[in-house]
Design a protein around this ligand. Structure first.
Ligand code: HGY
Ligand code: MN
Ligand code: MN
Length: 416
C-alpha cells in the first residue's frame, strides 16, 4: 500500500461552489443560515446532498433517526468502511460552514477519488448526522448519540420543540425516517472535518487543528417560579420577580465559570420568560445553563455550585427553583492512531498545524465511543461561529479537505 502523493489535492473551487449552493437552502436574515433540524429546509438540504452523492456514484443509506450514509464501495466489501461526515442542520442564526464543511468536505473527498480513479480497500461512507445542534430538539448530537447507544431511540423520538412537536413526528413529516436500525453499522474509523469555532488557529496562523480531545459539556435547565403581578401597582417589597432571580443566577454562572479560568466556560443561551408581557412582573423563567470544561471534576463543581447558589438566591427572594439536566457528555480523548493520521497528513502536505482541544461538541464526540475517531479543524474568521457572520476562506476549506482526504486514505488503504 503506497501513501498517496503529496500532490494529491481536492478541487477547492468545486468544494466552495457546493458550500455556497447548500447555503442557499434555509437562508438566514443576515447572510448565514437558518436550516434547523427536521424543518422543510432541512429536508431540502438533505435532498440536495443525496442528489450530489448519487451523482458521485454513492449508494445512500438512511437509518431510523434520519442519519444519512453515502457509500463509495471499496475493493474489499468485507472491510469495515471508513466514515467521514458531520451535520447539515444549523442554528437559527447559524453560519454557512458549521457542520456543512464536514459533510461537503467528505463529498469532495469522494469526488476527488472518482476524478483520479483512486480505489481504496475499505469502503468510504459520507455521513450527515441528524440534529447535531440540539437547538430545536435538545440535546445536541442527538442522533449520533442514539447511534452510539447513549440515548434510546424512543427517548429521542419523544423530544419536543418549543411548539410541542415531537422529533419522531417531524422526522416522519419531512419524509427522512429510514428503515435501517440505528447503530447497526460498524466502522473502521470516523473522521470529522469542522471549523474551529474559536480564535486559536487564526490567531496563531495555523492552517490545521489536530484535535486530540473534546471538552465536556453540561446543559442544566433551570426553572424559577415567582408570581405574575402588575409592574405598576405592585410595591417593590411584595414582588416575587422570577426575572430578577434569573438575573442574579446568571451573574453567579459567570462567576463560577471565571473561577475555573482559563479553560472553563459558562453562559445561558436559551431563556424563556413568562408571560413575557411588558407590564407583568415575570412569574416564571426557564433557562438552560451551558457549562463546559476539559476536566470532568470542574464540570461537576460548576453544576453543584450552580444548584447551591441558585437555591440560596431563590430562598432569599421567596422564589422556587427546579433543575433538570437536559444534556451533557464527559471530555473526550480521540483515537491516537486516527489523530496521528491527521497529523501525518498535515505534515506530508506541508500545512502548518497544532494540536487542539475542541471547545464545541461534535458528533465525533459520541462516535468516538463506538469507533476509532479523530477530527480535523480549519480556522474561522475571528473565531466566530453560531452567528450568521461566520466566515472561512476557500483556502482554509480546501486545506481542511486535503488533510481529511489524506488522513482517510492512510486508513482506507489505497489499492493499485
Ligand atoms: O453545542 C455545541 O457545542 C455544538 O455546536 N452543537
Ligand atoms: Mn457543528
Ligand atoms: Mn454548531
Amino acid at each position: 500500500m503506497t501513501a498517496p502523493g503529496e500532490n494529491l489535492r481536492v478541487n477547492g473551487a468545486r468544494l466552495w461552489d457546493s458550500l455556497m449552493e447548500m447555503a442557499r437552502i434555509g437562508p438566514g436574515v443576515a447572510g448565514g443560515n437558518n436550516r434547523q433540524t427536521l424543518t422543510d429546509e432541512d429536508g431540502e438540504g438533505r435532498a440536495l446532498f443525496r442528489k450530489w452523492c448519487e451523482a458521485a456514484g454513492c449508494e445512500m443509506g438512511l437509518d431510523q433517526m434520519g442519519n444519512m450514509f453515502a457509500l463509495r464501495p471499496g475493493s474489499d466489501a468485507q472491510a469495515l468502511p471508513v466514515y467521514v461526515g458531520s451535520h447539515l442542520d444549523t442554528q437559527p442564526t447559524g453560519g454557512k460552514y458549521d457542520g456543512v464543511l464536514g459533510v461537503l468536505g467528505g463529498l469532495e473527498l469522494i469526488r476527488t477519488l472518482n476524478d483520479l480513479g483512486i480505489k481504496t480497500r475499505h469502503p468510504i461512507v459520507v455521513t450527515n448526522w441528524t440534529n447535531e445542534e440540539g437547538t430545536r430538539f435538545a440535546p445536541a448530537m442527538l442522533s449520533s448519540g442514539v447511534f452510539a447507544g447513549v440515548h434510546t431511540q424512543d427517548w429521542a423520538y419523544a423530544r419536543q420543540d418549543a411548539q410541542g412537536k415531537r422529533f419522531g413526528d417531524e422526522l416522519q413529516r419531512i419524509g427522512w425516517r429510514g428503515e435501517e436500525e440505528v447503530g447497526a453499522r460498524r466502522m473502521r474509523a470516523f473522521f470529522e472535518l469542522h471549523i474551529e469555532q474559536g480564535p486559536i488557529l487564526e490567531a496563531e496562523g495555523k492552517d490545521i487543528g489536530v484535535v486530540t480531545h473534546g471538552q465536556g459539556l453540561s446543559w442544566m435547565q433551570v426553572t424559577i417560579t415567582g408570581r405574575d403581578a402588575h409592574t405598576g401597582s405592585t410595591p417593590m417589597p411584595l414582588r416575587r420577580n422570577a426575572g430578577l432571580g434569573m438575573a442574579r443566577v446568571l451573574e453567579l454562572v459567570d462567576e463560577i465559570a471565571l473561577s475555573h479560568a482559563p479553560h472553563a466556560v459558562g453562559a445561558a443561551g436559551h431563556i424563556d420568560v413568562y408571560p413575557n408581557s411588558r407590564n407583568v412582573i415575570p412569574g416564571k423563567v426557564v433557562f438552560t445553563v451551558d457549562f463546559r470544561s476539559p476536566e470532568p471534576a470542574v464540570i461537576l463543581d460548576m453544576e453543584e455550585r450552580l444548584k447551591a447558589g441558585a437555591r440560596e438566591i431563590c430562598d432569599n427572594m421567596g422564589l422556587e427553583v427546579e433543575f433538570e439536566k437536559v444534556g451533557g457528555f464527559d471530555p473526550v480523548t480521540f483515537d491516537e492512531g486516527c489523530v496521528a493520521a491527521v497529523r501525518n497528513a498535515a505534515e506530508r502536505l506541508g500545512y502548518s498545524h497544532r494540536d487542539i482541544i475542541s471547545g464545541a461538541g461534535h458528533d465525533a464526540c459520541w462516535i468516538n465511543r463506538v469507533a476509532p475517531t479523530a477530527m480535523v479543524m480549519c480556522p474561522c474568521v475571528d473565531g466566530l461561529s453560531h452567528n450568521e457572520a461566520e466566515e472561512i476562506t476557500p483556502e482554509w476549506a480546501a486545506v481542511g479537505a486535503d488533510v481529511l482526504l489524506h488522513a482517510v486514505l492512510e486508513v482506507a488503504e489505497v489499492v493499485e
